[in-house]
Design a protein around this ligand. Structure first.
Ligand code: PLP
Length: 394
């Protein structure tokens, strides 16, 4: 055990946490207590997409902290920070997604979507997809795919069937008994798997035909990560419900279920308070999120693609790299095996670059730098990674 968090009263999520002690973080760099600087090439697992401590986000947080913190359970008191976060976010959405329910995390947004599709359709069955990862609450775990990670916590939520990722034959399972289909537009934990547009379009069509609702999980792949505001824009489809989290909060904890007013309204009655959370829509994350949505509107998408292509071509030049899957700055680098991945992750860290593992894809590592990473940090990270890959996995 590298660092005994338990000794300090903190639960550990693994038996071998990195145990790095953070002093401060700015832009793409995290500074440790011992003075060492690390380039964050994963944006806090896709959460700090505008870099750490973005000055406009920090300013909005300070301003809100000076006004008020939590005052009352979501929905009972109008709070300008919530209004503004919703207004800025919905400006980015297609017409049918005209209402938002703020929660505290991605998994909570998934749970809310699962409840909503059952409530609205009055059906029970939910279809999810192999390779999907949706979070760790009971609901989110139930629609996730990794059987090993689910088994110890069974029984999970019932009436959930998995269909094969990117396989047309699975669509037969979407029939008039189905409340909703939940799918990551681009799978993250499965190692950045990009589906065929025809498959997602066929799911969309089938859902419409049989009256099932399409829920897209863009908690990780949304909010700019794939080179446009939302990943569904690449595929020419629009979901009935969209789950967001991570980068949505600009570095603060926040999730959201974006849907149609007519659907979300149904949480308000029969029973009333059909989905409540004390801290959902907390004014401080909302203040940060409103700025994050503004920043998303100003991103230079050509540069995002240029940065992604540069990372891809540089790493591809290493013989040890088997393949790279990439959309925008959502990147998986496939090596020979998990040992090679572990060597590269550890050596990159020792040399000042943070990349990381996938939970369910041991032969690849993830890269997801801040969307606005500067050239200096980018070049340094690429050079370091190339050296580590060549040295470690040969
Ligand atoms: C695609 C996807 N959905 C849901 C979640 C769960 O989000 P959270 O960890 O905020 O609950 C994650 C987290 O990594 C994710 O990648």
């Amino acid at each position: 055990m590298s660092e005994t968090l338990l000794r300090d009263g903190l639960a550990q999520t693994t038996l071998h946490p990195l145990g790095l002690r953070v002093s401060h973080a700015q832009g793409s760099r995290i500074t440790l207590e011992n003075g060492k600087e690390i380039i964050d090439f994963i944006s806090g697992i896709g959460a700090s997409s505008f870099g750490h401590g973005h000055p406009e986000i920090v300013k909005a947080i300070h301003t809100q902290v000076d006004k008020h913190l939590h005052v009352m359970v979501y929905g009972e008191m109008r709070q300008r920070a919530q209004d503004e976060a919703a207004r800025q976010l919905l400006q980015l959405m297609p017409d049918n997604l005209n209402s938002v329910y703020f929660v505290n995390s991605g998994a909570e947004a998934i749970d809310a979507a699962m409840k909503l599709v059952r409530r609205v359709t009055n059906r029970r069955k939910i279809i999810a997809v192999t390779g999907g990862y949706h979070g760790n609450t009971f609901g989110a775990l139930s629609v996730s795919s990794n059987a090993e990670r689910k088994a110890p916590f069974a029984p999970l939520v019932g009436d959930i069937d998995l269909i094969e990722w990117n396989e047309m034959h699975g669509l037969r399972a979407i029939d008039a008994s189905v409340a909703g289909v939940i799918v990551e537009t681009i799978q993250g934990d499965a190692g950045i798997r990009i589906p065929d547009a025809a498959w997602l379009q066929a799911i969309r069509k089938k859902c419409t035909q049989v009256g099932a609702h399409l829920v897209l999980d863009e908690i990780q792949c949304g909010f700019g990560r794939t080179g446009c505001p939302f990943a569904f824009e690449h595929f020419g489809i629009v979901p009935d419900h969209l789950c967001l989290g991570k980068a949505l909060g600009g570095g603060m904890p926040m999730g959201a279920l974006v849907s149609n007013k007519n659907y979300l309204q149904q949480f308000a009655h029969s029973p009333s308070l059909g989905h409540i959370t004390t801290f959902g829509g907390h004014p401080v994350p909302c203040a940060a999120s409103a700025v994050a949505s503004c920043l998303l509107k100003e991103i230079d998408w050509d540069r995002v693609e240029h940065v992604g292509a540069m990372i891809e071509s540089n790493l591809k030049s290493c013989n040890q790299v088997h393949s790279i899957r990439r959309k925008g700055l959502y990147i998986a680098v496939e090596l020979e095996n998990s040992e090679a991945v572990n060597n590269v992750v550890q050596s990159a860290l020792a040399n000042g670059v943070l990349i990381f593992y996938f939970l369910s894809t041991p032969s690849a590592f993830r890269i997801a730098p801040p969307l606005n990473i500067n050239d200096n940090d980018l070049n340094e990270a690429i050079d370091t990674l190339k050296r580590c890959i060549k040295r470690c996995s040969s």
